[in-house]
Design a protein around this ligand. Structure first.
Ligand SMILES: *[C@@H]1O[C@H](CO)[C@@H](O)[C@H](O)[C@H]1NC(C)=O
Ligand SMILES: *[C@@H]1O[C@H](CO)[C@@H](O)[C@H](O)[C@H]1NC(C)=O
Ligand SMILES: *[C@@H]1O[C@H](CO)[C@@H](O)[C@H](O)[C@H]1NC(C)=O
Ligand SMILES: *[C@@H]1O[C@H](CO)[C@@H](O)[C@H](O)[C@H]1NC(C)=O
Ligand SMILES: *[C@@H]1O[C@H](CO)[C@@H](O)[C@H](O)[C@H]1NC(C)=O
Ligand SMILES: *[C@@H]1O[C@H](CO)[C@@H](O)[C@H](O)[C@H]1NC(C)=O
Length: 935
């Protein structure tokens, strides 16, 4: 929201210079001093603040920030913006006695309203000894006295303070107001206009020229109220106000309008009028409203004063009229995320233009020549269109002001390979993105001293990057080259590099060899090194341990061999993710783990031997530990219980042996929710307490939502966590759903004994596989409580008795395998059981009834009366699950994969998380919108 920040910056720099020779009136001086004593100065970063000069020895008309009337000596102006003021403006504040005040600017402070204005009876409560209003998040309303007393005000600015709540209707008494700014820009409080309050304001403030209400909640305000605003209006700024509905386009006709900002009102609709624009318009911002539609009218050609147009994130369509070139003052143009189409070379741009964003539309054709003549251009974003061109360095040679260039996702666009020696300079260039185009060669010509960000991922760059090409990138911080066909990479480009992404190329040989010379110089600042899915061979060199700033080390999916260097367990105190999976590493896992910020450790699919190193117990942040598919020969590492954040534990296909401990949690807080111990030689029974301790499988995981550790890895744009799980007879790679999947796989071991009834407490389980063991006894009826199950495999054990009819309640069950047991009697029928075929039951000689061809006899095994869910049984299914199932039946939750619907008694936690992520996304998008985005 460029204009939003612009407004803030303007606010910061706005100050009046007052001077006066008249002596001030004693009662007004008293009121000012009393006001000064009613507020305090909070941790002030300013070297000096205005109220310092407020003392009796100086005439108050000479005080900093005070202006008096030349003739009468009345105080008519107060400017205390950005003065570190803190405190409550109660209804009786002496400030409100300055009835002659015309200008009042208290913006950019920490002033609070009157929290108790409507509960003043509190003060009469005789038992009350002490009332502490000092803590920061106590917010109060703007006192109505401010509006009912200071009726001479023409300029009022209270923006960026700590006021909250409903804006009192008395604001409409300020009928002389010319300029009003109440914008809040706060994440922690909200100020609200109700519909009636705003309507009165619009009708009574007939002199208004500037109305700035950004971030004030106005969801209750009827959009027609705006039609009553004065025709003198010059500036209307209503971004992020929760306005919704059809915006009356008559407002665009207001004759004096210069500045209109309706951005980030996410449900605001409307269209641009065909005629009659106020010709003085300088700024038009409708960004991310989502609902403005129709074409850009050719009458735009009359907006000769316009400087900035932002229509991004709407439903605009059609071609861009050829009048843009006439808007000779235009410097910002953002039409991204719409449905515009047409040939790129038919769009005109004035030579004044500095910022152009046409990304995420449907423009096609070659880049027009005139673009390369726009000498003022600083930012050019054309990503995700259908543009075709070969961009050559000399084409760009005039764009010496260019800072950001994003042409990514135009798959017919490439960079020229010729002209190697032409040395153009782009002295301002900071960021270049050519991801997902048709680039065939590493472009040497962007080598400039300021370049920080270069994204050439998903192209066809082949061959090597020579030492010479990698030189001269002094400022480069992020380099993305994944998904190309690079065969060598001789040197780190520059000493400032933070991220190097070489995933999915054809790099071969040892990591630190001549064709992949990453050794000299040591990349001291590097935080993310991603080189998975290449053809690397040789050792993991111990010199990597000198890269002490690393946060993400991803060497997975190569052919690295040898042992893991001992130092790797403890080389970077910042390491969050270590991924060495799918190599040929052998020997022991180093027992040197000290780092307590490590979140993910992947060593799976190697040839590692020996024990799970006990020092891993130091990695108390660990959430995912994957040691699967190795040759480890340990007993179950019971000390894993002391890792309070461990959620996913994969030990599958090793040589783990012996019994499981009675408990896997040191206390009752185990948050393990994916356990895969399959393919080992674990033995012995499963203890009752084991099931009781697996709290994350039993209780709503909602409490995990705000874990800062979650944040850490969700915020890594570059590395996406995944693990594989075998469910529904398929090996699935969980990526997006990894943080909500709940599963237990104990298959292919030597477990024995009966399954305790307590298994029925793990009601969030989506997959349970205990096949290929020696379990005996009946299938517990409590299986019927595992209503989230989508896949259940009990095959190849020695279960006997009947299939409990309670299992009819498992309405999400897609795959059931009970084969190769000693089960007998009638197979339940109804619900999901009607969908399973013979294979689910084969190898149980005593089973009968559909889908088997073997009929049940009338004797011991009579056909039950009616197929139905066991409705009358004493259901142990928790109420919220029944709600889920009802919701499902009524179609309310359709469209979501059933396995991921987990309700709590309050809000569904997945919804909370989705909304939260969405908000986070939007917030980030808002902040970063002007930066190129990688795909
Ligand atoms: C409008 O302003 C006038 C003059 O200040 C005042 O008398 C009147 O009460 C106001 N009307 C409303 C609805 O606030
Ligand atoms: C543009 O302005 C001219 C004169 O100022 C006016 O005659 C014309 O109708 C306007 N065009 C449109 C499309 O509004
Ligand atoms: C744009 O300017 C050209 C001349 O510079 C003029 O002929 C044309 O009418 C203008 N178009 C509009 C829509 O104002
Ligand atoms: C790591 O750095 C140290 C000191 O800077 C140096 O002596 C050592 O040789 C380096 N190790 C490797 C393996 O490069
Ligand atoms: C790390 O683990 C080792 C081995 O378990 C242990 O001796 C050491 O005390 C631990 N260090 C810290 C800092 O916890
Ligand atoms: C996970 O499964 C996917 C396919 O489902 C496969 O491509 C990938 O290699 C598997 N990962 C591991 C570590 O086995």
């Amino acid at each position: 929201m460029g204009s939003l920040f612009l407004a803030l910056v303007l606010l910061l720099h706005l100050s009046w210079s007052f001077s006066s020779t008249h002596l001030c009136l004693p009662h007004q001086r008293a009121a000012l001093l009393q006001f000064k004593s009613s507020i305090s100065i909070y941790d002030c970063y300013l070297e000096y603040y205005k109220t310092e000069s407020w003392n009796r020895s100086i005439d108050c008309c000479s005080w900093e920030g005070i202006k008096c009337d030349e003739l009468t000596g009345h105080v008519i102006g107060i400017d205390l913006s950005n003065s570190c003021l803190s405190g409550f403006l109660f209804a009786n504040n002496s400030l409100f006695r300055l009835h002659t005040l015309q200008w009042l600017d208290l913006s950019l402070n920490n002033l609070n309203g009157s929290p108790l204005e409507n509960t003043s009876s509190l003060f009469h409560f005789h038992g009350l000894r002490r009332l502490n209003l000092a803590f920061n998040d106590f917010h109060g309303r703007i006192s109505s006295e401010l509006f009912s007393q200071l009726v001479s005000l023409t300029h009022l600015n209270l923006s960026v303070n700590a006021f909250s709540g409903l804006i009192p209707h008395q604001i409409s008494l300020l009928s002389s107001l010319v300029s009003l700014d109440l914008s809040l820009y706060s994440e922690s409080t909200t100020l609200t206009f109700d519909g009636r309050g705003f309507d009165k304001l619009a009708r009574n403030l007939t002199k208004l020229r500037h109305l700035v209400l950004d971030t004030i909640v106005m969801s209750d305000v009827a959009l027609t109220s705006f039609l009553n605003l004065s025709s003198s209006l010059q500036r209307l700024s209503l971004s992020h106000c929760q306005l919704h509905g059809e915006f009356p386009s008559q407002l665009f006709h207001l004759p004096n309008l210069k500045h209109i900002n309706l951005g980030l009102n996410e449900n605001l609709r409307g269209y641009l009028p065909k005629t009659n624009w106020g010709s003085g318009l300088k700024l038009l911002d409708l960004a991310y409203c989502g609902g403005f539609r129709g074409p850009i009218p050719s009458s735009f050609g009359n907006l000769t004063q316009i400087i900035s147009i932002d229509l991004s994130g709407n439903l605009f369509e059609g071609q861009i009229p050829d009048v843009l070139g006439n808007l000779t003052k235009l410097t910002t143009l953002d039409l991204s995320y719409n449905h515009f189409h047409g040939r790129m070379d038919q769009i005109q741009m004035p030579s004044s233009i500095q910022y152009v964003n046409l990304s995420f539309n449907d423009f096609h054709g070659p880049l027009p020549d005139y673009i390369f003549d726009l000498v003022s251009l600083t930012s050019l974003f054309l990503s995700s269109n259908n543009l075709s061109s070969v961009v050559e360095s000399d084409m760009l040679s005039k764009l010496t002001s260019l800072e950001d260039l994003d042409l990514s996702n135009n798959n017919l666009l490439s960079l020229s390979t010729g002209d190697k020696d032409v040395n153009h300079s782009f002295p301002q260039l900071r960021s270049v993105s050519f991801s997902s185009c048709s680039v065939r060669q590493f472009p040497h010509f962007f080598r400039t001293s300021k370049l920080e960000y270069l994204d050439l991922s998903n192209n066809m760059i082949s061959g090597g990057i020579s030492k010479r090409e990698a030189e001269g990138w002094e400022s480069l911080q992020e380099l993305y080259l994944s998904n190309n066909s690079l065969t060598s990479f001789e040197q780190f480009p520059g000493q400032s590099l933070l991220t190097l992404d070489l995933r999915s190329n054809l790099l071969e040989g040892p990591i630190l060899s001549t064709c992949l010379n990453l050794q000299i110089p040591i990349p001291a600042l590097l935080q993310e090194f991603l080189i998975s899915n290449n053809k690397l061979t040789g050792n993991v060199p111990s010199s990597i341990c000198n890269w002490t700033s690393l946060q993400i080390l991803d060497l997975s999916r190569n052919s690295l061999s040898g042992t893991i260097p001992e130092c790797l367990g403890n080389f970077s105190q910042n390491l969050l993710i270590m991924d060495l999976q799918m190599n040929n590493l052998s020997g022991k896992i180093p027992d040197s783990f000290l780092n307590n910020v490590l979140i993910n450790l992947y060593l799976n699919d190697n040839r590692l031997e020996g024990l799970v190193p006990p020092s891993l117990a130091n990695s108390t942040s660990l959430e995912i530990l994957n040691l699967g598919n190795n040759m480890l020969t340990d007993r179950f590492p019971h000390w894993l219980a002391s890792l309070p954040n461990l959620q996913i534990l994969i030990l599958r296909c090793n040589r783990f042996h012996g019994p499981l401990p009675h408990s896997v949690a040191a206390s009752n807080v185990s948050i393990l929710r994916m356990i895969d111990l399959s393919g080992n030689v674990f033995s012995g029974p499963l203890h009752t307490k084991l099931f009781q301790d697996l709290r994350a499988m039993r209780e709503s995981p909602r409490w995990r939502l705000l874990s800062p550790d979650d944040r850490a890895y969700y915020n890594s744009e570059d590395y996406h966590t995944s693990v594989n799980v075998t469910t529904k007879r398929l090996e699935l790679e969980l990526t997006k759903t990894i943080d909500i999947f709940v599963s237990m796989d104990l298959s292919n071991n030597k477990f024995s004994g009966q399954i305790p009834e307590e298994v029925g407490q793990l009601i969030y389980l989506q997959m349970l596989n205990i096949s290929h063991n020696n379990f005996t006894g009946p299938i517990p009826a409590s299986f019927g409580n595992l209503v989230a199950l989508e896949s259940l495999d009990l095959s190849s054990n020695k279960f006997n008795g009947r299939i409990p009819s309670q299992m009819l309640k498992l309405t999400f069950l897609a795959v059931l395998n009970l084969s190769e047991n000693d089960l007998v009697g009638q197979i339940p029928y109804g619900n999901q059981f009607n969908t399973f075929d013979n294979d689910s039951y084969s190898g149980n000689l005593g089973l009968c009834g559909l889908p088997l061809s073997k009929q049940c006899n009338n004797h011991g095994e009579a056909k039950p009366p009616a197929p139905s869910v066991a409705e009358h049984e004493d259901s142990q299914v928790p109420v919220f699950w029944q709600v889920v199932m009802m919701g499902y039946a009524s179609g309310v939750v359709l469209g979501l994969s059933l396995g991921y619907i987990v309700f709590t008694t309050g809000r569904p936690w997945w919804l909370v998380r989705m909304v939260e992520r969405d908000l986070q996304y939007k917030f980030t998008a808002w902040i970063k919108r002007k930066r190129p985005k990688r795909n």
